[in-house]
Design a protein. Sequence first.
Length: 569
Amino acid sequence: MKRTELFVKTRKDAPANEVSRNAQLLIKAGYVHKVMAGVYVYTPLGIRVLENIKQIVREEMDAIGGQELIMSALQKRSTWDETGRWDDDTVDVWFKTKLKDDTELGLAWSHEEAIIEMIKEHITSYKDLPQNVYQFQTKFRNELRSKSGIMRGREFVMKDMYSCSVNEEQHEKFYQSSIDAYMRVFKRLGIGEDTFVTLASGGAFTQFSHEFQTVCAAGEDIVFHVPSTDQYYNHEIAPSQASAFDNSGDEMKAREDVEGKGIIGIEELSKFLKIPVELTTKTMLFEDEKGTVIAAAVRGDYNVNEEKLKNASGAEMLKLASEDTVRKVTGAEVGYAGVLGLPEEVKIFLDDSMKGRKNVEMGANKTNYHAINVNFGADIAEPEQFYDIKDAKDGDIHPETGKQYEVIKTAEVGNIFNFGTQESEETDFYFTNEKGKKQYVHLGSYGIGITRVMGVIAEKMSDDKGLSWHANVAPYHVYLAGIGEVEEQAEALVARLTEAGVEVLYDDRNVRPGDKFADADLMGIPYRIVISQRTMKDDSVEVKGRTEQEAENVKIEEAVTYITKKLDL
């Protein structure tokens, strides 16, 4: 491809409203065009990168028995009503629309239900199993916040695969093979050394899942690693022992209610009361699916973790209690709740961070008032059990090993979900076994964000000059810059490289050499070859790797062999 024929042009500046580094670089280098927050056009240059990523994923999915198909992005409401996930209270990222006859449709944020609906027509007997199908499909998610460029889009490309197995043993074998396949994918993409498997919440899919997280300063996730182990947890479910705070040796004081109207935040409250933040308490009220009110309390420097609270309470669903419910239960306005004197029907869960404290603050269950010097045994009963219902944070301890977590900033690049027979039971997806009896299918779901991965690579593999693609995903292997009257020699070298399987972007523009070199670095092409009248004097070219400091002179007749060895072609 000649630069004079290339559709895109590089630019010196990214749009002023683009705050993410990955999108800034990709826009400047000509890979994407921004339509709006979270929505991007992928140019011919960007498509080449995406297709290279997709091909690597395709090869690894095929290798473990996956078969490619493509589903519709338009989803029927009835498909999702069956599992309750059409409801916006359950899944809050739907884009919904209607046909002209008022039939409701959704733009697919996922394809679990839709693919089950289709596969049910093709699987009736144990002889039809196992089956594993995948697709590359555009997904639509009405994200509240979309400030991370192509790492979190409202419209994005995902590889999603779905496995159907006879039993748990067959499913588990495929599930493990998918983990291995994913790690091969990320290694081939050039991010394997910084990518690991974490245990995570299943969100709207299932109780737990596994995520593939890549170390990335621009990532939106926090991973907790147990040092000297291969145990990694997403912050949502990391088992956590609170960082040390113990004032149990202090003299017990008498409880008081202190007026403190309109105080915003724990830090402001601790200053107002002149006590450490660790002596404040956060109390949150929730309602479960049965309408039972649940009070959850943590030390003030922590936040209540709803996933952990669901597990502790056995609730299938939790939502914040309404203002009316808070008033009815506590007698106070929102913001002044505590666990003092709550009605017996309220279930109370205290986090283990509440241990070892005397003379603590908490809401007085009286509007504008905070109770201070609250103590177990004197003001509230000592609980029979404390729970881990908090978001883990830096400094926390892994309970089983006693080791302090290593906290890592990451970006999620893939996830896998083990549904067992939960979804097949909900959708009545079954087959007949060898004895002719009805048996539910074991299901799994496996995702890789194709466009997100591109954004993560752009964040990680870049410097102050621009992008630096791994050769496996780069749009071209070589950026060949012709300087001066060398068109004939340059085109001859392009032909030889192309014949050897090397993809070349030939900069034939009539611009300054510095502009060509700057574009080569900005675009992140792995190797730059310069052919000029000066280099031709000794029948050579200059070859420089994108991350190398110095160029090397290579005889022109040896250039093809030199490059193919570097690229391992």
